[in-house]
Design a binder for this molecule. Structure first.
Ligand code: ZN
Ligand code: ZN
Length: 356
């Protein structure tokens, strides 16, 4: 792993002496070490990772890019470190720190001021949005696991199963295939429920003529995957077919537009224009996609309001949908890596309408 701690220390603004990193995801990203508790102080003149007795032995073995010390009492150890290294102000993770944590650290640190200017967030978010080869490999592997689970579920869905049954089976398939966790609560919605983009799997039984939308992902070595497929059961109406083809066309068009330097709002527009033109402007309420990595939603965001630009190394989803309340909904989601010469689609499974 490259030295991300050093990279962060070197990009911190001059008025901030160091960064106070306490969130689980940023600690993991910067140190490569996963733990539920720890404090990482990043400075140009020597960064330190503190963790308690439960993790200290493993942390000392695994962390190579900074000093590791056992955390006994943050109220004395952190101020002491600041005095030793001459830190007068620490940037915090304003997006991630709770008010309670801020109060506790402010009290303990006394003279050292805490800066909530968001420059730490911005720097770490933008570092995290550009994946290195190792990260991209983990995400690709997570996606492979999810796809194998999807192939299995297609053979397992049968009449009489409920949305919950399918969701549980899909989760089981992913864990059985080597996922260390599932990316988020698996979404399985069918029939009239499929018009709710983030509906919760219910005890509704699958019926002939239903669309089933499944949105799910696997976690591998801390990295997430994310995919959605809508499949039909038994038969489909002409309207269902038309909506499906429209979403598929929007999704493929947005994907083919992806390239380094493209404004994220333009990627969104590529999909949205097609859905608007087909008469479903009001039925596509969410953004077209988002970054994926150590968290399921990361930078950059593909939405009409996004000010970001695609860069090589970004891993983003493209997931337009059309939702017709009281009728049905369709969403198709792939996950792609932006490369210097275009993109690589991590999602390899079929997108043409599957009728079970
Ligand atoms: Zn998804
Ligand atoms: Zn997604």
């Amino acid at each position: 792993m490259k030295n991300r701690i050093k990279a962060l220390a070197e990009t911190l603004p001059e008025n901030i002496g160091g960064a106070l990193i306490i969130s689980e995801e940023n600690r993991r990203y910067l140190t490569g070490f996963s733990s539920t508790a720890g404090i990482l102080i990043v400075t140009v003149n020597g960064s330190v990772f503190f963790t308690d007795s439960r993790y200290i032995e493993a942390a000392r073995k695994q962390i190579t890019h900074c000093r590791v010390e056992e955390l006994k009492d943050f109220k004395t150890q952190i101020p002491e470190l600041c005095r030793e290294t001459g830190i007068r102000s620490l940037g915090i993770e304003a997006e991630r720190m709770t008010v309670d944590e801020l109060n506790r650290y402010s009290k303990a640190l006394g003279e050292v001021s805490l800066s909530s200017s968001r420059s730490v967030d911005k720097t770490v978010n933008s570092m995290r949005s550009v994946k290195d080869g190792e990260e991209a490999e983990c995400i690709a592997k997570a996606q492979k696991i999810a796809e194998a689970a999807f192939d299995d579920i297609l053979a397992q869905i049968s009449s009489g199963m409920t949305e919950r049954d399918i969701a549980i089976q899909l989760d089981y398939n992913m864990l059985k295939n080597g996922a260390e966790d599932i990316s988020f609560k698996t979404i399985v919605v069918s029939g009239v429920n499929s018009s709710m983009p983030h509906g919760v799997p219910s005890d509704k039984k699958i019926e002939k003529g239903d669309f089933i939308t499944m949105d799910f992902g696997a976690v591998y070595k801390g990295y997430h995957s994310d995919m959605t497929r809508t499949v039909a059961v038994g038969n489909v109406s002409n309207k269902q077919k038309f909506v499906y083809e429209t979403v598929l066309n929007a999704q493929k068009t947005a994907i083919s537009a992806l390239r380094e330097g493209l404004a994220c709002s333009e990627a969104d527009k590529a999909a949205r224009d097609i859905i608007d033109a087909a008469g479903f402007k009001e039925n596509f309420g969410h953004g077209t996609g988002h970054g994926v990595g150590i968290e399921i939603h990361e930078k950059p965001t593909l939405s009409p309001r996004s000010k970001e630009t695609l860069a090589a190394g970004n891993v983003v989803t493209v997931e337009p949908g059309i939702y017709l309340p009281g009728e049905f909904g369709v969403r198709i989601e792939d996950m792609l890596l932006i490369t210097p010469d275009g993109y690589k689609n991590f999602t390899s499974c079929n997108k043409e309408l599957i009728i079970l």
